[in-house]
Design a binder for this molecule. Structure first.
Ligand SMILES: Cc1cc2nc3c(=O)[nH]c(=O)nc-3n(C[C@H](O)[C@H](O)[C@H](O)COP(=O)(O)OP(=O)(O)OC[C@H]3O[C@@H](n4cnc5c(N)ncnc54)[C@H](O)[C@@H]3O)c2cc1C
Length: 382
């Protein structure tokens, strides 16, 4: 039995509770039908089961280490992410015009759900990158998109979102990071960002940080926040990697329950200039960052649901394989024991788990279906 998915239950949610067939009839998704999506699900299930699941416990027991100002992760994490990349799955969340698979959002969520269930911390690096790329695609200039988007879409570079600071969590109006304009149109970024997921890692050779900062003279509070793209390593005109952009890893935070994904304290512009590039209009940073945060909300919800699904599948497997006691109608000690899944109260508990999981999964996929329906409705209007 699979420990990351029950395909029959998933199909029930996608095709019988929701209406994926109707979405597949649109011109936008004409390349896909149920058969091709089933094959894609098979591929994802096998990569998730063969590469992500086996290293989940090791990753949890061996959280990333801070060594000489850098991060070291276990090799299995890189192998798992490479397998995901090689299967072309990094492109699952994007439209064809930027090199993506142009899958319905509901399918993208369903197939990524298997990876989240198998190894949520490993998947965090991937979903953050998808959020960065989608936000850059909507808000970034052509020049920024040309230079950074393809590498993010292919998963060659990963991305982060840098909002929080030690004194500014919920209250982003209080951020202090500063962006001083330079003559060439770029900005010098200074400040400290706290709790940055994937802020440093040894999986990709560049990290693209999306940083909220204030340009001197901008309005106070959230109305004066702008968004900047700040690469870990500078990128030359020809796309090759240049000098370090002086983003110092000041520490790793230890998280309960999600130890395998780094969470970092980063100092910008401390040991030299950290150069950033404005994304979108000045002072519109928070609104632009919400393109990413809204997407991240579904993914964070998915993490919770998939933890629940994993818990349910392991409980079910145990209950089906643990012989104990006999049915109420047969107390004969000479007869063999039955599996505990046959006892009424165990059935009740398993069904409670299943009902919560299926309900929550449906809510996630319903949200994704609304995103697809909105896209299709907008296209019909054009
Ligand atoms: C696992 C994890 C990953 C993260 N990854 C990132 C990341 O990648 N990038 C990033 O920028 N940040 C990240 N964060 C930081 C996260 O965004 C902040 O934790 C969040 O904004 C809350 O800030 P805080 O922790 O400082 O809590 P606080 O703002 O100190 O809030 C503490 C409590 O007070 C409540 N509270 C605060 N203000 C009010 C109010 N005005 N009215 C009522 N209640 C209030 C809050 O709801 C909360 O319950 C991450 C955090 C975690 C836990």
């Amino acid at each position: 039995m699979s420990m990351i998915v029950n395909r029959r239950d998933l199909d029930f949610v996608l095709y019988e509770t929701l209406d994926l067939e109707a979405i597949l009839k649109s011109e936008r998704f004409a390349d896909y039908d149920r058969e091709s999506l089933d094959a894609m699900m098979d591929l994802c299930q096998s990569v998730a089961e063969d590469q992500f699941l086996p290293c989940a416990a090791k990753l949890d027991a061996n959280e990333p280490q801070f060594v000489d100002g850098k991060v070291e992760t276990i090799p299995e994490l890189k192998e798992a992410i490479n397998a995901y990349r090689e299967a072309g799955l990094c492109t699952s969340a994007y439209d064809a015009d930027v090199g993506g698979m142009q899958l319905p959002c509901i399918v993208d969520q369903a197939l990524n759900g298997m990876f989240v269930c198998a190894n949520n911390p490993a998947h965090i690096y991937l979903f953050l990158t998808q959020g960065v790329a989608n936000m850059l695609n909507v808000c970034g200039s052509d020049k920024l998109k040309e230079r950074y988007l393809p590498k993010l879409v292919e998963g060659e570079w990963f991305g982060t979102m840098c909002l929080s600071e030690p004194q500014a969590g919920s209250s982003l109006a209080d951020i202090r990071s500063k962006a001083d304009p330079l003559d060439d149109g770029s900005y010098k970024i200074t400040g400290t960002k706290m709790w940055i997921s994937g802020g440093e890692q040894d999986i990709t050779d560049n990290i693209i940080h999306m940083v909220l900062a204030k340009i001197p003279g901008s309005p106070p509070g959230v109305k004066g926040i702008s968004l900047f793209l700040v690469p870990k390593t500078r990128v030359n005109e020809d796309g090759s990697l240049g000098d370090s952009n002086n983003i110092a890893l000041a520490g790793l935070n230890h998280k309960m329950g999600c130890r395998g994904a780094t969470n970092c304290l980063l100092n910008f512009g401390e040991s030299g200039d950290s150069i950033g590039y404005l994304v979108g209009e000045a002072n519109q940073g928070l609104a632009n960052m919400f393109h990413m945060m809204n997407e991240a909300r579904i993914s964070v919800g998915m993490s919770a649901v998939m933890s629940g699904l994993g818990g349910y599948l392991y409980s079910l497997d145990y209950a089906r394989n643990r012989p104990q006691g006999r049915p109420l109608v047969n107390r004969n000690p000479e007869d063999p024991q039955v599996m505990i899944s046959e006892h009424a109260d165990i059935k009740r508990m398993l069904m409670t788990q299943k009902a919560f999981i299926e309900g929550a999964q449906t809510l996630i996929y319903y949200s994704a279906q609304l995103i697809d329906q909105k896209k299709l409705a907008m296209e019909r209007r054009i």
